[in-house]
Design a protein around this ligand. Structure first.
Ligand SMILES: *Cc1c(COP(=O)(O)O)cnc(C)c1O
Length: 855
């Protein structure tokens, strides 16, 4: 056996929840691994790199999926359950290797196999690139939902775009964000299977030809959509669903004209134009940028996906035998389409086009089927994030769809007139077509009118939608509006990322919580068990030590692992109020400087997140954080009482390292702006306490754990509204509050950056003269609340007890609960109806190389 440092042996033995590794499995994994190293990677151990070992392991683990994947899909074909299609422009998957091992229950065997081969499995896992096909919460939600849908055994599919470049890599250079392209496919993706034989055509441009009352979309330019399938394993249930991502491919006929002109080389080069559709993810979070290429992406996804859905509907077992099925009457009984925000909402006119223009259904029938099939999830109430596409752009790119949307609007407004006679203002407010200024299609209005269910993503957000954002629509269709509070998968966000905590939980209450997170409430009975509270402290301390090492290695900053780890990681956005956090940091700094000998509860404040490349203020906020950090971290008077760390390139795999080490989670958006948040839930599940506003899912977290276990501060939604109505003047706060004035003047006068004193003038002006998100109004409450946080942190047992109550109250925030509600209230599917039997396949064994011939 290979020699390994003693400490590594110990670390390996600590893993207990993953069970013991059966000798036979370990031996098979080693054989398969060696076979892949030899035949797939064409390497021997003399020349193999760590990356080769990662790929050999990935292929080995993938082999364990294949049989289950094929059998799951066969099973769906045979049983023909209702299919759920989750359409999303983003799937923020992160890494796949460890998640697959966890869900298949082969992690301990793989661990042991790699150990016996003298390899460090954690090191191999680090080689995998994140699949960063998302911006933030919305994209990660789609990924958590896929995990839960597979774990609940739903016949579900994720449909999206296979971007060549995911969310950019963030570098911090002299305090500024610099973006680098995310070439995640550079070394190949072992988890996907290309399906070039299933390419589908997608049309753009052209014109509408009307012939005897029939409309045809003609003279279009065609781009092919090539599917790439990735397996989505459920946890311990032999289910493997499919995520199908489309890649743009130029057809051979592309730019045929040039071939005739002898412009062969140019014609081949121009194929890139078509293939650019799936080149890159738009890096905006909660912001609408009306670019033509983005509209092409949205339609590309929708057009390819709907062809696939209809093909699968028609070719189903009953579809072949029963001619009724081809009549489409059963379509809404067999198909549910969930729109992740309005990004794929062109599915509504596209489904109408297919039903009416291609399948020859009446408009009325087509509309009934479309509305029954589609459902829309709203993710934000920020006006700048709502999609409104100019009709001029739609007219060029999708002329038939524009006609259809106009007609949908015409019939809808007739309906409104009937329900609210004489209310002309209402017609203007509710129109799908916005006529003031440049003519635009309001995609949220379209999605509401074309869906049988509309949901917000936390209780408070769903109420705001009904009362405010879409109030007119709520009055029109009160039964369509629902709430589905977001959730996170406990597999990735506890079992995988925090094995230490998973183990101590399993010791007390077993492992059922992995698929039934409400089980965690059993932990409450240990809230006075000092031994257990100290065990929780020990696990947290180990996680903090690990993050401390990472920070030393990555940024060469020495953080004090005994200090409070106070963490805000999320996209950088004014509404998320990273600047309020900065104001607190500067407050602490000023206090220490004023009275260096006064007792102080030490903190390490960590902030991380990407700014959209075109978002000037967000990028300036990053620079400000780094500038302040630089002064604080190098001031000997401050010492290790206070450190500020910018966590570069925040992404799923970094979240998995940071969140288990957090003491305090910052969820401080202005009440009424954060639809749900899911980062908040990850921290709660990992035993961090929250300082937060009554916004998004924070409200429900407080309800679940009780007021005494969370630090809530600031204005409520109602108070925000009232202050806006009364007239909010931040300048008054600046003038009357000495602390606010001192902080803002330090920012404005170059206290932290004497070399470039005018640098943060825009930050100063945006707060003092506008303060759209009311930081000044919440400042005092925030500082006082943070002082309470520090007081409690002085008492480790009290703190640990609160952490325990946080963990024990996080059952509601499993995405399994969220998906069960979607299934029951929106999709009409029963998760437990179809359960797959255990696999009949024998363990893979390639050692017996001529066994196939013997058979
Ligand atoms: C969960 C998650 C988010 C969402 O965080 P919020 O605090 O809810 O905005 C964003 N990015 C990554 C990488 C995540 O894992």
């Amino acid at each position: 056996m290979c020699a390994m440092p003693q400490s590594d042996v110990d670390k390996r033995k600590q893993i207990s929840i993953r069970g013991i590794a059966p000798v036979e499995n370990v031996s098979n994994i080693k054989k398969t691994f060696n076979r892949h190293l030899h035949y797939t990677l064409v390497k021997d151990r003399n020349v193999a790199t760590p990356r080769d070992y990662y790929y050999a392991l990935a292929h080995t683990v993938r082999d364990h999926l294949t049989g289950r994947w094929i059998r799951t899909q066969q099973h769906y074909y045979e049983k023909d359950p209702k299919r759920v299609y989750y359409l999303s422009l983003e799937f923020y998957m992160g890494r796949t290797l460890s998640n697959t091992m966890v869900n298949l229950g082969i992690q301990s065997s793989c661990d042991e196999a790699m150990y016996q081969l003298g390899l460090d499995i954690e090191e191999l896992e680090e080689i995998e690139e994140d699949a960063g096909l998302g911006n933030g919460g919305l994209g990660r939600l789609a990924a958590c939902f896929l995990d839960s849908m597979a774990t609940l055994g739903l016949a579900a599919y994720g449909y999206g775009i296979r971007y060549d470049y995911g969310i950019f890599a963030q570098k911090i250079d002299n305090g500024w964000q610099v973006e680098e392209p995310d070439e995640w496919l550079r070394y190949g993706n072992p988890w996907e299977k290309a399906r070039p034989e299933y390419v589908l055509p997608v049309s753009f441009f052209g014109r509408v030809e009307e012939k005897d009352g029939k409309n045809k979309w003609v003279d279009t330019q065609v781009v092919f959509a090539m599917p790439f399938d990735s397996p989505i394993p459920g946890y311990g249930n032999n289910t493997v669903n499919t995520m199908r991502l489309w890649s743009a491919k130029a057809p051979n006929s592309f730019n045929l004209r040039f071939f005739n002109d002898g412009e062969y080389i140019n014609a081949v080069c121009d194929r890139n134009l078509a293939e650019n559709i799936s080149r890159v993810l738009y890096p905006n979070d909660n912001f609408f940028e009306g670019k033509e290429l983005r509209l092409k992406q949205e339609y590309f996804l929708v057009a390819a996906t709907l062809q696939d859905i209809i093909r699968r509907f028609k070719s189903s077992r009953f579809g072949c035998k029963d001619p009724v099925r081809t009549s489409f009457d059963a379509f809404p009984d067999k198909v549910a389409i969930q729109l992740n925000d309005t990004h794929p909402s062109l599915a509504i006119p596209e489904l109408m086009r297919i039903f009416v223009d291609i399948e020859g259904l009446s408009w009325e029938k087509a509309w009934e089927l479309t509305v029954k099939t589609c459902a829309y999830t709203n993710h934000t109430v920020l006006p700048e994030a709502l999609e409104r596409w100019p009709t001029s752009l739609l007219e060029r790119l999708l002329p038939r769809h524009l006609q259809i949307m106009y007609y949908i609007n015409f019939l809808f407004l007739e309906e409104v007139k009937k329900k609210f006679p004489g209310d002309m203002d209402r017609l203007g407010r509710m129109s799908i077509v916005e006529e003031h200024g440049e003519k635009k299609i309001n995609m949220a209005h379209l999605a509401i009118v074309g869906s049988h269910a509309i949901n917000g993503v936390a209780a408070i957000h769903s109420e705001i939608i009904k009362k405010d954002t879409f109030h007119d629509f709520y009055e029109m269709y009160p039964d369509r509006f629902q709430n589905k509070t977001n959730g996170i998968t406990p597999r990735r966000w506890l079992l995988l990322c925090n094995p230490g905590l998973s183990d101590v939980i399993a010791e007390k209450i077993g492992e059922d919580w992995v698929t039934d997170l409400y089980q965690l409430k059993k932990l409450k009975e240990f809230d006075s068990n000092e031994n257990f509270l100290r065990t929780l402290i020990k696990v947290k301390q180990e996680n903090k030590m690990k993050l401390t090492e990472y920070i030393k290695q990555e940024y060469n900053i020495d953080v004090n692992p005994a200090s409070m780890f106070d963490i805000q990681v999320k996209r950088i956005h004014e509404y998320k109020r990273q600047l309020l956090n900065v104001m607190h940091i500067i407050t602490l700094y000023n206090r220490i400087k004023k009275d260096p000998n006064k007792a102080f509860v030490p903190r390490t404040v960590m902030i991380g997140g990407k700014a959209a490349p075109g978002y000037h203020m967000a990028k300036l906020i990053i620079k400000l954080i780094n500038t302040v950090a630089n002064v604080i971290n190098n001031d000997p008077i401050i010492g290790d009482k206070l450190k500020v760390v910018y966590l570069e390139n925040y992404r799923v795999s970094l979240a998995e390292k940071i969140i288990p080490a957090a003491d305090l989670s910052e969820q401080i958006s202005t009440a009424g702006t954060e639809a749900s948040g899911t980062g908040n839930m990850k921290f709660q599940l990992n035993g961090a306490l929250t300082v937060g506003t009554l916004d998004g899912a924070n409200v429900e977290m407080k309800e679940e754990m009780g007021d005494e276990n969370i630090f809530i501060f600031g204005m409520t939604v109602e108070e925000v509204e009232a202050l806006k109505k009364k007239g909010y003047n931040p300048k008054e706060y600046y003038e009357s509050n000495g602390e606010i004035r001192q902080i803002m003047d330090q920012i404005n006068n170059g206290y932290f950056n004497p070399d470039e004193p005018g640098l943060f003038r825009d930050v100063y002006n945006s707060l003092v003269y506008n303060d759209r998100f009311m930081l000044f109004a919440d400042f005092d409450a925030y500082i006082k609340c943070q002082d309470r946080v520090s007081e409690v942190f002085k008492n480790p047992l009290q703190w640990s007890k609160m952490c325990l109550h946080n963990i024990a109250s996080s059952g509601k925030f499993s995405s399994d609960r969220t998906i069960s509600e979607y299934a029951k209230d929106i999709w009409g599917t029963d998760p437990s109806e179809f359960k797959l039997p255990a696999p009949h396949e024998s363990p893979l064994n390639y050692d017996d190389s001529d066994s196939a011939q013997k058979k």
